[in-house]
Design a protein. Structure first.
Length: 230
């Protein structure tokens, strides 16, 4: 009966891949297998001193950094981020978090991580969107790794304008001092993993790490769904 009802729903409301638009099979979610395989993966989780980690060198103290796939302008993979952020589809965030974590677990990237901390979203944006996309990615990662998520230890105290379409220097100026820590004692001595959707200049993540610098003996690593590259 459940299978029969599922088939009827699929006939009336067919689901399609957010990347190619082709109809999804019963076992596929959001992205078809073909498009999932074609994602331009970075494989940074398996590379110590990878290009994303080097982006932070000399700028802030990050133990490890990785991104799941490369974000190129007008690439079909961009549609995943667009669906997550602008088309009210939080479920794709959870799904991609699971996919990302599932592929990265064998690399040992999550070893010794005590806590997943999503990059906070400004309150006005969260109310408008209905969710923080980074929370959804973290939920998916947690489902695979069993690492707990904390959404309250790092907060955004300034609702800064969007980073979209800002030049490099403007991005840095836009995120200075906008985050703060609510419970330094709880974080003390932990190794946390900051979760973000996409990293371009790294300004937002560096601002987060700077805010977290007040916590004694804290180690910070970074994981994003995508990294922007020319």
């Amino acid at each position: 009966m459940i299978g029969w009802m599922h088939d009827i729903l699929e006939l009336l409301f067919p689901r399609s891949c957010v990347m190619c638009g082709q109809r999804l099979t019963r076992t596929e979610e959001h992205v078809c297998i073909s498009c999932l395989r074609s994602l331009p993966r970075t494989h940074y989780a398996m590379e110590a001193g990878n290009p994303l980690e080097r982006d932070f060198w000399g700028r802030t103290d990050v133990r490890h950094a990785a991104a799941f796939f490369f974000y190129y302008k007008d690439n079909a993979a961009c549609r995943i981020l667009h669906e997550l952020k602008y088309n009210h589809c939080p479920q794709i965030g959870v799904y991609m978090g699971k996919v990302m974590a599932g592929e990265m677990v064998p690399s040992g990237f999550f070893k010794d991580i005590d806590l997943l901390v999503p990059v906070p979203l400004a309150g006005v944006k969260k109310r408008k969107r209905g969710y923080n996309q980074c929370d959804k990615l973290a939920a998916g990662i947690s489902a695979v790794t069993s690492i707990p998520v904390s959404t309250g230890v790092l907060v955004r105290r300034v609702a800064n304008p969007t980073q979209t379409r800002k030049r490099r220097m403007e991005r840095w100026e836009n995120v200075q001092g906008i985050f703060s820590v609510t419970n330094a004692t709880f974080l003390s001595g932990k190794h946390i993993l900051l979760i973000d959707d996409v990293v371009t200049t790294g300004a937002t993540l560096i601002s987060c790490v700077e805010a977290l610098s007040v916590v004694p003996n804290l180690s910070v690593s970074v994981l994003t769904l995508a990294v922007a590259r020319e």
